[in-house]
Design a protein around this ligand. Structure first.
Ligand SMILES: Cc1ncc(COP(=O)(O)O)c(C=O)c1O
Length: 356
């Protein structure tokens, strides 16, 4: 095996859905599988997670791909429809729409009586990304309730800081959402993974986990371990060359790594052309033949160099794990100044996929 491989563990996905259920036994689960299910493969992930009540994607083309693959579950377009044509397609394929501004609301009003949409009215409780402002909520709700194309209105908001130890923003968002929605007999949704894990009071009618379904926690690897989450993706490749480098010599583009001793360098077949970030620094951890080692020098398009001086058993063909079982993606991400989310969803179609 000399090619990069993403091994996706369907049982781990189902197990992680079970963790969500244990945390929020009263809630329905809207499994977020946008961005190719955070790099895991959207259709395969949907098939593994049919135990969820609904799927969430960002865009119409993602939802269409799910339907084309035979997924009949409810699918929510988390950014809603961008044009009247998209509203018509959503209607034709029974997608549910988030409605986050008055333009989207007007498109539904103009769609007329032929549809019976379930819509998710999104309130901006502080994130300032998508959603009606609190002072617009009443108007938006009464117009949606009166809209002939709408069968059911549900209420949602998105938490901006639930993964932070400073909970002031989350408190404010909860207070705002609850003040607006508590008097209403409508289904509600607040929690992403961070909310689900750290704030029991966000586990309302629907929860919307993404990252934790894939076995990582937005609160870091300790949190994932405590919850018993299992990484669903192991990204691996193998060594395609091994060379000796003398003390003082440099490795790779721009000579960014210099040997402090006579060293053995393994060259592994993966690079930024596969989605492994060029920003990964010297010393970023990988596993070579099961032992921790650090990358040396710049990430190339198709290759990385690894200091394997202390992994004497490593040779051409040895397995290299970039993240997954035994090397949580949450531990790797800071070495590229990023987060687990980005590492996972950067993995691209050049990487072979194997479902186990
Ligand atoms: C509206 C919405 N809900 C839920 C999620 C899932 O978030 P997470 O992956 O942090 O659980 C996302 C992801 O960005 C989202 O945009």
């Amino acid at each position: 095996m000399s090619f990069p491989l993403a091994t996706i563990d369907a049982a781990a996905l189902r197990h992680n859905l079970g963790v969500v259920r244990r945390l929020a036994p009263q809630s329905r689960v809207l499994a977020v599988i946008k961005a190719d299910a955070y790099g895991h493969g959207m259709v395969g992930t949907a098939k593994a997670l049919l135990g969820a009540q609904a799927f969430g994607v960002a865009r119409l083309n993602e939802a269409l791909a799910l339907r084309a693959a035979g997924i009949t579950h409810p699918i929510v377009l988390l950014e809603g429809a961008a044009t009247a044509h998209q509203v018509a397609q959503a209607h034709a394929h029974h997608f549910e729409l988030v409605v986050h501004d008055f333009e989207q609301l007007e498109m539904l009003e103009q769609f007329g009586q032929i549809a019976s949409f379930a819509v998710w009215l999104k309130v901006d409780t502080g994130m300032n990304r998508l959603g009606f402002r609190p002072e617009e909520f009443g108007t938006a709700l009464s117009r949606l309730a009166a809209c002939a194309a709408v069968r059911e209105v549900r209420l949602m908001t998105h938490l901006s800081n639930a993964d932070s130890s400073d909970s002031a923003m989350t408190e404010q968002q909860l207070r705002c959402f609850s003040m607006l929605t508590a008097p209403l007999d409508l289904q509600r949704s607040m929690a992403n993974s961070a909310g689900l894990i750290s704030r029991p009071d966000t586990r309302v009618d629907w929860v919307r986990p993404g990252l934790m379904l894939y076995g990582a926690s937005p609160l870091g690897e300790d949190s994932a371990r405590e919850l018993g989450l299992r990484p669903a993706m192991t990204l691996s490749t193998s060594l395609i060359a091994v060379r000796q480098v003398r003390s003082g010599e440099t490795v790779g583009y721009a000579g960014m790594w210099r040997a402090q001793r006579d060293s053995r360098i393994g060259i592994a077949a993966i690079g930024y052309g596969d989605g492994y970030p060029r920003a990964m620094r010297n010393g970023s951890p990988v596993l070579v033949a099961g032992r921790t080692a650090g990358i040396s020098g710049r990430v190339s398009m198709d290759m990385i160099a690894i200091d394997i001086t202390d992994v004497p058993g490593a040779s051409v063909g040895s397995e290299v794990v970039l993240w997954g079982l035994s090397l949580p993606v949450e531990r790797v991400a800071p070495f590229a100044d990023t987060i687990a989310y980005e590492l996972l969803c950067r993995v691209n179609e050049r990487v072979a996929v194997k479902w186990v």
